[in-house]
Write a protein that binds this ligand. Sequence first.
Ligand SMILES: Nc1ncnc2c1ncn2[C@@H]1O[C@H](COP(=O)(O)OP(=O)(O)OP(=O)(O)O)[C@@H](O)[C@H]1O
Length: 257
Amino acid sequence: MLQAIGIEVRARARTLLRDVSLEVAPGEFVAIIGPNGAGKSTLLNALAGDRPLSSGEILLDGRPFGQWSKRELARRRAVLPQHSAVAFDFTGLQIAMLGLLAFRGSLSEREMQALAERALAETEALAFADRPYTVLSGGERQRVQLARVLAQCDADPAATPFLLLDEPITGLDLSHQHAALASARRRVDRGLGVLAVLHDLNMAARYADRVGIVEDGRVTNLGPTRETLAPDRLSHVFATPIVRIETGSGTAFLSPG
Ligand SMILES: Nc1ncnc2c1ncn2[C@@H]1O[C@H](COP(=O)(O)OP(=O)(O)OP(=O)(O)O)[C@@H](O)[C@H]1O
């Protein structure tokens, strides 16, 4: 279980998150939605252990983050940030293998490469394995980064890791958007816990078990996907009319503006 208990995050005299409690269980997909600047990435970074808290705590399996070593944490949770800065001229394969560094010692180089290549194939990014990351397009880079976190989650089949995804489908075409979330969903069905910040309500409706809404630094709603994604509530949160349409193949949200 990954839990935030009453967390508060402050920066430059501003409170970015206040009294946020939330949990992600193994085997569930939680989507986080909300307006720009509401605090979604801050919440994800706090849950990743990458953002200092001014109060509250983050627990993984009931143990405060402070009691986990960096290596232990890297073996139990993978993080796809909104922006991934890459300073060196790594290839796609080298990037995909970065998430596996914490498994050195228990996995051989060959095993790590095989895991990374399998994940690159899954995100249709194997063709970028030998190409410098910096020359790839935005969507191609995102698929390499997705492969990195998928490989990290697959490295220890005995563990039930948590996958934190910040806007994972931004920059991807529609078919790769579905492929990316389906990859996460398949792992959820095998016991992994996922928290994903999403702007696309249709994708949240399609893939999440629960949805949390962040507004002005607070989680104002958190519950089963269909219940939380009520058109009246969404229209209010996003300050624009939003309608829900039931189609033969699922639910669709439209914003006529
Ligand atoms: N280090 C910081 N110092 C001051 N303010 C910050 C800092 N980091 C984030 N903020 C502010 O906190 C607020 C929440 O930012 P956050 O990135 O969490 O929003 P978000 O909900 O993910 O937005 P978006 O949908 O635009 O990605 C924003 O107003 C942002 O400007």
